[in-house]
Design a protein around this ligand. Structure first.
Ligand code: NDP
Length: 398
């Protein structure tokens, strides 16, 4: 039915390609393009060579335009890095093709997480009759959809939202990140912001900690409050929310390494002079750390990502907890990737299915909470990420 172009052959790109290949009813032709073509070819080989591959520098709009004209896709799935969002959106506009990504644009030299740059494309996409779906991963992505589900089905008014992301998996390495180390460390070390009474309130990075008792045998884990991009779009589109917070689990060991790396300047994102050459310390650090892709066969345990929404139902205060549990080893068995890449890649493919089957389709730039959540979740479960809803119950305030 549709020809798709996937850009980015990293951890997430691998899952997206495998999952598109499982749904040939929708994705009749698949092309995977990235900076390093050998990585695309390795993924194609896992799939018996049933997809096409190409080389592209996604920072370069004319190169992207030439590739899109050659491939002629109905949709571009961008799972390269957040730095490439705007160039790929520009190329989609120039060639008249729909666009989907999993992370908001970030300038290379500032760790600034906001949708302003991409929302500025609203009029251009509308006028061209094209659609851009932003943040179709897990968080952002499924967490936005879960929030929309809480509003649609379980609460009359949503007032508070806690998004909680637990990785209870272990890879046995002294220090490694589960997705691109540069993107991960920029996010974790950024000043924290949460939404309270109509504004974002700042606090130092990793300064607020809670213990949350996760379901399905995972048990209590330390969670730290972080800024996460989906809060910006969710509080804009669902304005009854008075308080929104994002929590992520980190082990003491991860935090110990991170603190030392930060203290010695290895997480800096500005250029420094080294032996007559300019280097960016965090990019050098990325080159030293284990490739997240190599963690696939080593990682055991589960992830639990979800939202607790609190508000009013029939005039009474009520809460609902909506989450997914995903098992690292089961993911590796299916698509040769761990659960972090899997939980991002599968929703990207479901978002693509929503767009290509026109179940979610409108001209303009959209976030995930703006469409019908039930249509999305009906496809997400059978694709590997089932949803659990605990309607009511007494979850502690975070
Ligand atoms: P990786 O670093 O594993 O992969 C990124 C890929 O993009 C690599 O293949 C890389 O090429 C390619 N790439 C980088 N720059 C360019 C360029 N200029 N032109 C062409 N290709 C390029 O990252 P992940 O797979 O872990 O993450 C992919 C995306 O998913 C990121 O944007 C990340 O923020 C997002 N994400 C979203 C999550 C969510 O839940 N919403 C969670 C986790 C990740 P090369 O191989 O040559 O380096």
């Amino acid at each position: 039915m549709s020809n798709v172009l996937i850009i980015g052959a990293g951890g997430v790109g691998q899952v997206v390609t495998h999952k598109c290949a499982q749904r040939r009813d929708v994705f009749t032709e698949i092309t995977l393009a990235s900076r390093t073509k050998a990585k695309c070819d390795a993924i194609a080989a896992q799939l018996g060579g049933s997809i096409k591959t190409a080389q592209v520098d996604a920072d370069n709009v004319p190169e992207l335009v030439a590739l899109i004209k050659q491939v002629q896709p109905k949709l571009v799935i961008n799972v390269a890095l957040p730095y490439q969002d705007l160039t790929i959106m520009d190329a989609c506009l120039e060639t008249g093709v729909d666009y989907l990504d999993t992370a908001n644009y970030e300038p290379l030299d500032t760790a600034k997480f906001e949708y302003s740059w991409q929302w500025a494309y609203q009029d251009r996409f509308k006028q061209a009759g094209l659609m851009a779906l932003l943040g179709s991963g897990f968080d952002p992505g499924v967490t936005n959809v879960y929030t929309a589900l809480a509003v649609k089905k379980y609460l009359d008014v949503i007032e508070e939202l806690d998004i909680i992301d637990a990785n209870a998996g272990s890879h046995g390495q002294p220090f490694a990140t589960n997705f691109n180390p540069e993107i991960n460390i920029r996010e974790v070390t950024a000043t924290c912001r949460h939404w309270e009474n109509g504004q974002f309130v700042e606090s130092p990075a990793l300064s607020t900690k809670r213990v949350f008792d996760f379901p399905e045998g995972i048990g209590p884990m330390n969670c730290y409050r972080l800024y996460h991009e989906e809060m910006e779009s969710i509080v804009k589109h669902i304005p009854t929310i008075k308080k929104a917070q994002f929590w992520m689990t980190f082990s003491d060991n991860y935090l110990k390494h991170l603190e030392v790396l930060q203290n010695v300047g290895m997480t800096r994102i500005d250029e420094v002079e080294f032996n007559g050459q300019k280097i960016v310390p965090i990019q050098f650090l990325k080159a030293l750390l284990p490739d997240p892709g190599s963690l696939g066969p080593l990682t055991k345990g589960k992830t639990c990502i979800g939202v607790i929404a609190r508000g009013l139902k029939d005039g009474k205060r009520k809460q609902v907890y909506i989450y997914n549990i995903c098992d690292h080893e089961a993911c590796y068995k299916e698509v040769q990737s761990q659960a972090i890449s899997y939980t991002t890649g599968v929703p990207a493919v479901v978002g693509a299915i929503m767009m290509l089957t026109k179940q979610w389709h409108a001209a303009g730039v959209w976030n995930m909470e703006q469409f019908d959540p039930e249509l999305f979740l009906e496809v997400l479960g059978p694709m590997g990420l089932p949803t659990v809803v605990v309607d009511g119950g007494e979850w502690p305030e975070l």
